[in-house]
Ligand binder design. Structure first.
Ligand code: DGT
Ligand code: CA
Ligand code: CA
Ligand code: ZN
Length: 614
């Protein structure tokens, strides 16, 4: 059914009412602490936020369920109802009004909690990032209670990193916004197609702006609908075939979005052009010219020396309707969007597919937390969630003792936890539950538990969480030592970077991957879009060095399973095939890999290049 513009929803399809409520409650928690409220009240809001974010049904449709959610008290339930009725929470607005806006940015700096930020605000008047920089420069920051030289160094490094990282938006923030815009415009386009393109479609870990493409015969209504979306704060361009706007979402994210409108017969050529990258496009155009043709966003045309573009003179295109048509006419294989970076993807002969991993290939989650450490689900809830996603295996890998803030387990508690996993196996059928650990890699590369304890586990994920400012030499040696521990199977989020916030370890990825390959250890792509660690270039280098790859959601809450797509996109950008990704293997093959004898792999031709089937 074609829905006329007037019938279109008045708001962007929501990013999720529960998510919006959770974000507000979380901000109330931070604002309460900044304003000196007692920390019990603040943490009640934070707890409620987590419970609501994980709540399986939308609170907008199930208002009567609000009071029954564990962790949501009477007062907070009232605030949620107020939000559902009015779209705002008055307490949130009052707190915002009482707090200098710059203070929230100061709070964003990793390593700075609300207590410290409040202390800096109250004692020396730090109320913005600029004020913080000044306080560091003139040394007054050291007069703040409990502020040491080391903390100041950390703040300085974080400030420098934030300044360099610039304004690019994480993939996982941009993707739901783009999908919401596409969903909003699709009914208006009727029979025409609407899709996102640009760096987002290429799956880059951060994006500059959102590019939307629509193929319709008459685009006037579509352009108008795009420019009058309620989130639009500024119209930057309003042409017949191109509109450009700035948006501010309900969660406060600001981003530019471009809409291009092309005739339906040009959709493929336009998708190719606006997906980019620019460098890939340049190579395609050069190739077209060498073959005696012209390529632009409307199509691939026969050679024509005239000045005016061929499409404007009614010249018939050789190919234009689909991307595949254009690649075929250029005698190239279809290049998946994630590989279009002019990094060798055009050197492959036609007819030879890339065979990249797809989300549906992933059948196991090997890095997940439960309420035993900092997760939100019990072992059984986690196992059922994994099963409902079609996984045959789920690994329970709670934190180890050094990750104290994350509720890391003492050796005694880990032993109990292993028993609890065994007990859960009796209650949940149809999915293999592995007893594991995400064990901290200490600064020197040793692990946070003794080998005798690790030997009792089905799977060990070893990850760096602290000491992330080592030199490249130290960091590389640290990770190599970790993968050489006979019980380690996966190196978790190897650099520890947080996008736009923390650079993480610099490592010689080739050396780490070679060491991992020699032990048949997999390097993780952590699919959380704040991490995407390994990143695309690391994946490529690791594959070249012969290493196996794992893609894990690092599940803390049910919705974290949804991050898988971002891990898969990153893997695809690195050229990952299903064969090299342990999460795609059958349960039997995975079990054999996990159970292999501790110690180095037997010497043989190129260890790790082909994981042994046993
Ligand atoms: P971003 O937004 O910075 O993350 O990166 P992109 O790749 O999305 O770049 P954007 O938004 O400037 O343009 C989208 C695509 O449009 C780009 O990947 C290729 C194409 N494009 C834009 N400008 C040009 C151009 O001047 N020449 C060519 N060949 N292609 C262009
Ligand atoms: Ca873009
Ligand atoms: Ca753009
Ligand atoms: Zn971790």
């Amino acid at each position: 059914m074609r829905i006329a513009p007037d019938d279109a929803p008045a708001k962007l399809p929501t990013m999720g009412v529960n998510q919006d409520i959770a974000a507000l409650l979380e901000q109330i928690a931070a604002l309460l602490e900044l304003n000196g409220a007692d920390s019990f009240r603040a943490s009640a809001h934070a707890r409620a936020a987590r419970a609501i974010e994980d709540h399986p049904t939308s609170l907008a449709d199930h208002r009567d369920a609000i009071d029954a959610i564990p962790g949501v008290g009477k007062k907070i339930a009232e605030k949620i109802r107020e939000y559902l009725d009015t779209g705002a929470m008055s307490e949130h607005q009052e707190l915002l009004a009482a707090t200098p806006p710059g203070l929230l940015q100061v709070l964003e700096i990793p390593g700075l909690g609300p207590k410290t930020v409040r202390a800096m605000w109250q004692t020396i008047g730090v109320d913005s990032l600029d004020a913080l920089r000044r306080a560091i420069d003139d040394g007054s920051i050291l007069t703040v209670p409990r502020m040491g030289a080391k903390t100041v160094e950390n703040i300085k490094a974080a400030l420098t990193f934030a300044a360099q990282a610039g304004e690019r938006m994480p993939l996982g923030v941009a993707m739901p916004i783009a999908e919401a815009i596409v969903a909003r415009l699709t009914p208006i386009a009727g029979a025409g197609a609407v899709a996102y393109a640009g760096s987002l479609r290429r799956g880059k870990d951060t994006i500059g702006d959102i590019d939307i493409l629509a193929a319709v015969t008459d685009g006037a209504g579509l352009g108008e609908a795009f420019r009058s979306m309620p989130e639009v704060t500024q119209v930057l361009a309003a042409g017949e075939s191109k509109s450009s706007v700035r948006l501010k979402t309900a969660r406060g994210h600001v981003v530019q979005a471009d809409l291009r409108i092309v005739p339906p017969e040009s959709f493929g050529a336009a998708m190719l052009y606006f997906t980019g990258s620019k460098e890939h496009n340049v190579r395609l155009r050069e190739r077209a010219l060498r073959m005696g043709m012209t390529l632009n966003e409307y199509g691939l045309y026969p050679e024509d020396k005239a000045k005016a573009p061929p499409q404007s003179r009614g010249v018939r295109a050789v190919a234009s309707k689909t991307e595949a048509d254009v690649y075929a006419a250029l005698e190239l294989p279809f290049v998946p969007p994630e590989l279009r970076e002019d990094a060798g993807e055009l050197d492959r002969p036609a007819g030879q597919a890339f065979g990249l991993i797809e989300q549906g290939d992933v059948r196991a989650e090997l890095h997940a937390h439960t309420t035993a450490s900092d997760g939100a689900m019990s072992i059984e809830e986690l196992a059922r969630a994994a099963k409902s996603r079609g996984f045959h295996t789920i690994a329970v890998t709670d934190h180890s003792k050094s990750s104290a803030i994350a509720g890391g387990l003492s050796p005694e508690r880990l032993l109990e936890h292993i028993e609890a996993v065994h007990a859960a196996r009796r209650n949940v059928e149809g999915v293999t539950i592995l007893a594991g650990s995400e064990v901290d890699i200490l600064a020197d590369g040793s692990l946070d538990y003794e080998d005798e304890l690790l030997a009792r586990l089905d799977i060990v994920v070893a990850s760096p969480h602290a000491s992330l400012r080592q030199s490249e030499k130290e960091a590389t040696a640290r990770l190599i030592r970790a993968v050489q521990n006979p019980y380690v199977r996966i190196l978790g989020h190897p650099t520890g970077r947080i996008i736009n916030k923390r650079a993480g370890l610099s490592i010689d990825i080739r050396a780490v991957a070679e060491a991992a390959a020699a032990r048949n250890v997999a390097l993780e792509i952590n699919a959380n879009w704040l991490r995407l660690d390994l990143r695309d270039a690391h994946v490529r280098a690791a594959l070249e060095a012969g290493s196996l790859i794992a893609i894990d959601c690092d599940v803390h809450a049910e919705t974290d399973f949804d991050h898988l797509r971002y891990g898969v996109l990153t893997g695809r950008r690195g050229g990952l095939t299903p064969e090299r990704c342990v999460n795609t293997w059958s349960a039997e093959r995975l079990r054999a890999w996990l159970r292999r004898e501790p110690g180095p792999e037997p010497k043989g031709p190129k260890p790790g290049r082909k994981p042994a089937r046993r």
